[in-house]
Design a protein around this ligand. Structure first.
Ligand code: VG1
Ligand code: CO
Length: 545
């Protein structure tokens, strides 16, 4: 088959953010936009000749089209083999696993995660490296540099579309396209971690009911194969289980606002014992008990606290890591276990080095993401299986598990306020002005405590000594309360400003307070300090988690 070199005009805006390049579908549809970005990735991978690549996505609109293009480009760029999920479907954790399991050069994940899908919404491309984790920042910066001056891409001539339906191998030029079952390898990985007999007993017990809501996104087939077929949960335990190109119009961001299709039934009388949902690409998780919501920061702390119950982790927990804004609930658990806690910038790419060096076993973020060194991404279904294993082993319910945590370590009240779609200049000026005034804050009193420190977070990677600065503003109080402010790196329209609040309360009568009221002194202080209402013209945040 003939390799064609197609001339094109480079784009200046292909800089990957927190998690890959995310843009509106209409941007990806500009002439050669997708192709040039893919070529830029290939250009920074000189080892691609004769190598294997994993390819799949969350099934959103443009997934199919992009897969056909990327396969033809991979063949033209010297890859020997591309491993593709059937129908182009692979959840993010499954890609991470396949890269490691098959020892491939890397993988391309087509996803904009929890952002809405469809012709008028978002698409994204993410490159993961040989360790299975998101490309580290030096690599994503090189991709961007290359993209700015790339005037052509290579592709083999189109014949008919490659059939993605049937597992098996076919040739494409000199390259092999290997279509694999999307779920099988991932489920085998989970079998090696968890006690599937114990899980089967729980899910088949007549006194236990679960509801898993896949929000019409990528985890549907995984959850059906795992919970219903493999573990024997009653049919119908998985709802909205077919990945749809527009996610059925849902915003597959599992939180109390966008996850209504799960939250509402879990708060009704007669609700199931356990509810869970994941995001568009399957790396996030939300856990609910009957009429009870588990804060993602608490979920991470619970996972660490109960790790000894899971065969794979028993006696085998190194350190733990959390992103800057994530609450210190996990730190409290780590302290009792006598293990290290690393604080990293937002985004999973910073955890990879710590895991590769054997320093941490569990990692997590406040944005409903937790994971372990079994792969190099956060993992939604793994977290759900972890919770189910805790329930199976303790015989307790979700609420009791979280109460045990609070009683032991205090409750870390945590909330995030997002102001979305702000004019970029406006948000950046607000952030810069806040940063300029940080020196004056230490010593200032809030509530019955004072500000200890206020600075812009810079992360020093303990493995290679590299420093990543400007990763968010943090204001730390003497009683360990914190305010963190940062700008999102995953949005596709304007800027999103995120404010994070954390305050720990201990002892009887202080564990069941209203979340926003408890945090309100911190919230009021941050709103006044940033003058956010006047500067943005917004009276309230768009999303509160
Ligand atoms: C957000 C979250 C961050 C997460 C990232 C990717 O980033 O805050 O914790 O790692 O999304 O998750 P940002 O820069 O918008 O705050 V996913 O599930 O969208 O790949
Ligand atoms: Co995601």
């Amino acid at each position: 088959m003939k390799i064609q070199r197609i001339e094109a005009t480079p784009y200046p805006d292909q800089r990957p953010g927190t998690s890959g390049l995310r843009k509106k579908v209409t941007v990806f549809q500009k002439p050669a936009y997708l192709e040039l970005f893919i070529q830029a990735i290939f250009e920074v991978l000189p080892e691609r000749h004769g190598a294997t690549l994993v390819l799949g996505g969350d099934g959103r609109y443009y997934n199919d089209h992009a897969i056909q293009i990327i396969l033809r480009m991979a063949a033209a760029n010297g890859f020997a083999r591309v491993v593709v999920g059937r129908r182009g479907i692979l959840c993010t954790p499954a890609v991470s696993h396949l890269i490691r399991h098959r020892k491939t050069l890397g993988g391309i994940i087509l996803t904009a995660s929890h952002n809405p899908a469809g012709p008028d919404h978002d698409f994204g491309v993410k490159y993961n490296a040989a360790n299975g984790g998101p490309a580290p920042e030096p690599l994503t910066e090189r991709i961007w540099e290359v993209s700015k001056t790339l005037h052509s891409y290579q592709i083999i001539e189109a014949t008919q579309a490659i059939d993605l339906q049937t597992p098996g191998s076919t040739g494409l030029g000199d390259m092999i396209v290997e279509i694999i079952d999307s779920t099988a390898d991932y489920i085998r990985l989970m079998e090696g971690i968890f006690d599937f007999d114990a899980l089967s007993r729980l899910l088949q017990s007549p006194s236990f009911r679960m509801r898993y809501d896949a929000l019409n996104a990528v985890t549907g087939p995984y959850a059906q194969d795992l919970f219903e077929k493999r573990l024997g949960a009653p049919q119908g335990s998985v709802v909205q289980g077919t990945p749809l190109p527009d996610f059925g119009g849902l915003h597959p961001d599992p939180n109390l606002i966008y996850g209504k299709s799960l939250v509402d039934p879990m708060f009704r009388p007669g609700a199931p014992d356990f509810g869970a949902a994941s995001d568009g690409d399957g790396d996030r998780h939300m856990i609910l008990g009957r009429q009870f919501f588990v804060s993602p920061c608490d979920s991470l702390a619970v996972i660490l606290a109960h790790a000894h119950r899971i065969p794979h982790y028993r006696g085998n927990v190194r350190g733990t890591a959390r992103s800057l804004p994530t609450s210190q609930a996990v730190d409290a658990v780590a302290e009792t276990l006598g293990i290290a806690v690393y604080e990293t910038p937002t985004g999973w790419k910073y955890f990879g080095d710590l895991m590769d060096a054997g320093r941490v076993t569990f990692c997590g973020e406040e944005s409903f993401g937790a994971g372990s060194s079994h792969i190099r991404e956060k993992d939604g279904l793994w977290a759900v299986l972890f919770w189910l294993s805790i329930l199976a082993d303790t015989g307790k319910g979700v609420r009791d598990i979280v109460y045990d945590l609070w009683q032991r370590h205090g409750r870390h009240y945590f909330s995030r306020h997002d102001f979305e779609n702000l004019p970029t200049d406006n948000a950046e000026t607000l952030y810069d002005d806040l940063q300029k005034g940080l020196d004056k804050l230490p010593g200032h009193s809030i509530m019955d405590t004072t500000i200890l420190s206020a600075d812009a977070f810079a992360y020093r990677n303990p493995i290679d000594g590299s420093v990543t600065d400007h990763q968010g503003i943090r204001i730390v109080l003497a009683d360990t309360s914190r305010i963190v402010v940062r700008l999102s790196g995953t949005g596709t329209g304007g800027a999103t400003l995120r404010l994070y609040f954390e305050r720990v309360m201990r002892g009887p009568g202080r564990l069941e307070l209203d979340l926003q009221t408890t945090l309100s002194p911190l919230i009021q202080f941050a709103y006044a300090l940033t003058d956010i209402r006047r500067r943005t013209g917004r009276t309230a945040p768009d999303v509160i988690t």
